[in-house]
Design a protein around this ligand. Structure first.
Ligand code: 4AD
Ligand code: MG
Length: 469
């Protein structure tokens, strides 16, 4: 079928005005005024709808009655004349001459015109992308992904696909989903009664990756600048607005780069993506600013043009303690050595700095084994980027390139050195200073849209207790 996308009508309206063309899409609403009817159609090619006008005299009773009786959500193919209407709210309408119902929609279509709650729509994930909100969210998600690739590609980074199934725990935190083909009800046992993983598919225990960082490091020490962008999995039992069991992570890794250089790239990347999405998704962002988060556009514009703050963990703890002393209450304690909670992160970025902030040089004891130990012997060269409304959006670090220091830390943490053979090797053959970070892609989409629950920025979210779709 030779159909014209509605996006093209908006882009080329002057040229297309007066011509006859065919569009295909889904009915969002119908208003029947007896001799005229207005059908609002959306084909997903852009945020805006198309108004289709039905004229009873022109179409005849049979066609007219058949079309106006179609339910919300039905699929129509419409041919008509594009009439420019510069003095009306919408710039044009399609005056239908031929209409066909490609797929009717049953009366129990769950997304009738009245506004459904987001909780309800999570039970309708197969259909919710036909609402304004979710069409806007997933368009932004797509554009943001493209912007990320563009940012890195323009700077000469090589895109590497890191494995999904792996035998190493990149974060050393033990929050992994096991991958096995063993019979879970009756696994083979070794003589001492433990599960015999040597009989499993890979001949060893494996899991879904929590991060592509370790393998990205392998590539960084060959290509210099690389990034991986793929799904990651965490069996964290945290039922919050910002944690998912399956989420996407963007992880650049750069050779001959230190922590300051790492933060520069992270800041430049966030600003690039913000600017890109502000220009490619103007309708969507205007919608979010109106219906989801009133301050969104102003905030994005502000962030795109101002410098991010940088503060050490130690200074951050003093700021939080001073806040407590002058009356702010936190649910969780603030003291040097304890990890920052979301409420602390949000205080820093929203109330104290009023802009995104990098918190650097965390205590070694609360960070992963691969982060470079600072000269003080108790902090590591880590940098988390915190943003208003969300808290941590990026976690990064300079990596420990000194084999003896790395192995010492791994032993202290009780990690099995044999499982990290390749990672240690990398320090033996031309090891170098290097750094990288991980951007939680869903948290970025939340930040760009103002949508405050990670379940509403993932097409089919997997969270504790939820994997229906
Ligand atoms: O801070 P994290 O755990 O860092 C890493 O995984 C490093 N290997 C990254 C690197 O240096 N290459 O995770 C990075 C980011 C977090 O800042 C957060 O935005 C996101 O990933 N993230 C999650 N997003 C959604 N659901 C979860 N359960 C997440 N856990 C982390
Ligand atoms: Mg982190």
């Amino acid at each position: 079928m030779d159909r014209t996308r509605i996006a093209r009508l908006y882009a080329d309206k002057e040229a297309l005005g007066g011509s006859t063309l065919t569009v295909a899409g889904w009915v969002r609403s119908t208003r029947d005024m007896k001799n005229f009817a207005f059908v609002t159609l959306n084909d997903g090619s852009c945020f805006k709808d198309l108004q289709v006008v039905l004229n009873r005299d022109r179409l005849g009773d049979e066609t007219y009655n058949h079309i106006v009786s179609q339910g919300v959500g039905s699929a129509l193919v419409v041919t008509g004349e594009l009439a420019l209407t510069p003095d009306r709210p919408q710039p044009f309408e399609l005056q239908a001459t031929e209409l066909a119902v490609e797929g009717a929609s049953a009366p129990d279509y769950p997304m009738q015109k009245k506004r459904a709650t987001r909780e309800f729509l999570r039970t309708q994930q197969h259909l919710r992308s036909r609402t304004n909100l979710f069409r806007a969210v997933f368009r932004v998600r797509s554009e943001a992904a493209f912007a990320i690739h563009r940012f890195f590609q323009e700077r000469g980074f090589v895109y590497v696909n890191t494995p999904i199934i792996t035998s190493s725990d990149a974060e050393g935190a033990g929050e992994m989903f096991r991958v096995t083909t063993l019979d879970v009800e009756n696994p083979p046992r070794t003589e001492d009664g433990n599960i015999d993983w040597s009989q499993d598919f890979f001949g060893r225990p494996t899991n879904l990756t929590v991060s592509g960082q370790l393998q990205a490091e392998n590539f960084a020490l060959a290509f210099g600048d690389v990034y991986t962008f793929g799904p990651t999995f965490r069996a964290e039992d945290s039922n919050t607005r910002r944690h998912a069991a399956e989420f996407w992570m963007v992880e650049p890794e750069m050779a001959f780069c230190d922590l300051a250089g790492d933060m520069d790239v992270a800041e430049a990347m966030l600003k690039y993506v913000l600017n890109y999405v502000m220009s490619s998704c103007a309708d969507e962002l205007a919608f979010f600013s109106k219906f989801v988060d009133k301050g969104l556009l102003d905030r994005l514009r502000h962030v795109a043009t101002s410098d991010f703050a940088r503060v050490s963990y130690t200074e951050a703890v003093s700021i939080l303690k001073a806040a407590q002393a002058s009356g702010t209450t936190f649910e969780f304690p603030v003291s040097w050595g304890v990890d920052l909670q979301t409420e602390h992160e949000r205080y820093l970025t929203e109330r104290h700095f009023g802009c995104p902030v990098f918190v650097t040089d965390y205590p070694a004891a609360i960070k992963a084994f691969y982060m470079r130990l600072n000269d003080d012997g108790k902090t590591v060269a880590a940098a988390d980027c915190l943003v208003p409304g969300i808290g941590e959006i990026i976690g990064g670090s300079q990596r420990e390139e000194r084999l003896d220091v790395l192995e010492g830390r791994m032993r202290d943490l009780g990690l099995d050195l044999d499982q990290y053979r390749y990672y240690r090797d990398l320090r033996r053959f031309g090891g170098c200073r290097h750094a990288g970070f991980g951007l939680g892609f869903e948290r970025l989409v939340m930040y760009l849209t103002g949508v405050d629950n990670i379940r509403d920025v993932l097409p089919h979210p997997r969270t504790v207790g939820n994997a229906e779709f």
